[in-house]
Ligand binder design. Structure first.
Ligand SMILES: Cc1ncc(COP(=O)(O)O)c(C=O)c1O
Length: 464
């Protein structure tokens, strides 16, 4: 294709537009979509010699290749039986508006470029901040995921501690529980920060008592290195909420930054029944919650909210002559609140869906997963070949298949995906192999769960 045609919607591109939009609409309408599953790199390489050529293959052929060959080798994370990791369950409205965000070429870096869009993203952030009980004026930005949010929040915390203390220790450190998400260690690695790990309670939660006892075991020099305490509002593996109140008191007592990672579990704030678990989150200096996990937005959408956003702007604003015009504006520049510059207004699909559906629907949808987790725990306890590991606190259920070896768990999981029964991966708890369901999709039913549990009664023919 000649280069001047690439940016014009001529007749052939109009036809392609119809095909692409029809495919997208069919995929949006599928209830459920196919679960699908991975293929090896060799199998995928055998499908076509190459897709990238000098002349281009034309839209029709390339779309056909994706739809027929590569999409089936790509899991649908919004399938109601995709229960591994933390799935995604975007509302139809949020997906539709994601298309609009792409079509609109909005650069969400600054107010100058995207005032209208940033205003709306901020409306969604304010709703989240209010839900958490954070003070008026709390705000931040949407980043790509919980990992990026944790890194940016912790960087702000360290920058603030450095400026208020006026000196830098030989090493910086943070303090957290063993069940803190892997991205906290990863952020610490990137920042070259040490991690002091407390004991967890019987469910792996961070407690004030464990924080005190860790603190008492540190030398004066080690204590002077600590700049932040990280608590998790919904651990990934077990779905437990740390003692946020205790952690916030500890942070206050020792003049530390209080970061709350609610990437997965922050959404539980919407459940009236679960709200008491979150007391203390309102004290967070930085708080992460991912709408692309349990708040029904498409990937990639994580909210990073600060009690005092000015502290983030001091830590993150990038200085360059060509940015002077935006940096000198008093208005809200999302780029200043995290480690990023050019950014997609990834909060807009979330905002659109909230505005379209109303927050009551969100409350009910979150509660549906909590209720399903409770039902599942009871169902597991009623089946003699299964054992519940612990009562669910939010929407994660951990359980064991009695009599299975580690390799049998792995083999069942592979077979269940191959047979499209469901996508469930083993995990570990207290050194033992277990299975784990993570419910965030309100379209997952008791029948879906029963079908998966039923598939564990027989010995799959993995040995043959
Ligand atoms: C508690 C928690 N924090 C952080 C993350 C990382 O989020 P992301 O994968 O969006 O970077 C996850 C992911 O599951 C999580 O559960």
């Amino acid at each position: 294709m000649s280069y001047d045609k690439m940016h014009h919607l001529d007749q052939s591109l109009r036809e392609l537009a119809d095909q692409v939009v029809n495919y997208a609409m069919e995929r949006i309408a599928m209830q459920p979509p196919p679960l699908d599953g991975p293929k090896s790199a060799e199998e995928l390489a055998r499908m076509y010699p190459t897709n990238i050529t000098k002349e281009g293959l034309g839209g029709k052929e390339v779309l056909k290749r994706f739809v027929d060959s590569y999409a089936p080798a790509t899991l649908s994370s919004d399938h109601p039986r995709f229960l591994a990791f933390v799935p995604v369950a975007p509302t139809k409205a949020s997906i539709l508006f994601d298309l609009v965000v792409s079509a609109s070429s909005i650069c969400g870096t600054s107010w100058l470029e995207a005032a209208g869009a940033v205003f709306l993203e901020n409306e969604a952030l304010s709703w989240l901040a209010e839900l958490a009980g954070m003070p008026k004026g709390a705000g931040g930005t949407f980043v790509s995921g919980g990992s990026a949010g944790n890194l940016s929040g912790l960087h702000t915390g360290r920058h603030h501690m450095f400026t208020t203390r006026g000196s830098r220790p030989s090493r910086w450190s943070i303090i957290c529980a063993p069940e803190a998400h892997s991205s906290i260690r990863s952020a610490a690695n990137v920042m070259d920060v040490d991690v002091f790990v407390t004991e967890g309670d019987d469910k792996g939660r961070l407690t004030k008592c464990a924080l005190d006892s860790k603190w008492n075991s540190l030398t004066d020099e080690e204590r002077s290195q600590v700049f932040a305490v990280v608590a998790t509002a919904g651990t990934t593996n077990a779905g437990m909420v740390d003692d946020l109140k205790g952690a916030s008191e500890f942070a206050k007592e020792h003049g530390l930054w209080f970061h709350v990672d609610g990437a997965y579990g922050g959404a539980g704030l919407l459940s009236e029944e679960k709200r008491p678990l979150y007391v203390g989150v309102e004290e967070a200096d930085s708080f992460v919650v991912d709408p692309h996990k349990w708040l029904f937005a498409p990937f990639d959408c994580a909210a990073l909210i600060y009690k005092e956003p000015i502290l983030a702007a001091k830590a993150h604003t990038q200085e360059a002559a060509y940015l002077d015009d935006i940096n000198s504006m008093p208005e809200w520049n999302p780029a200043s609140f995290a480690y990023h510059l050019t950014r997609r207004t990834r909060g807009l699909p979330f905002w659109f869906s909230l505005a379209v559906n109303g927050t009551d629907a969100y409350e009910k949808a979150v509660q549906a997963s909590i209720d399903l987790a409770k039902w599942t725990a009871k169902e597991i306890s009623s089946r003699d070949y299964l054992e519940l590991v612990m009562d669910p606190e939010l929407s994660v259920v951990m359980f064991k298949r009695k009599g299975w070896s580690a390799s049998e768990y792995d083999a069942w999981s592979k077979t269940a995906l191959r047979d499209q029964v469901g996508f469930v991966l083993p995990s570990m708890h207290n050194g033992e192999k277990i299975l784990r369901f993570c419910f965030v999709n309100p379209t997952t039913t008791e029948a879906d769960v029963s079908a998966i549990l039923d598939s564990m009664t027989w010995k799959p023919n993995w040995r043959g």
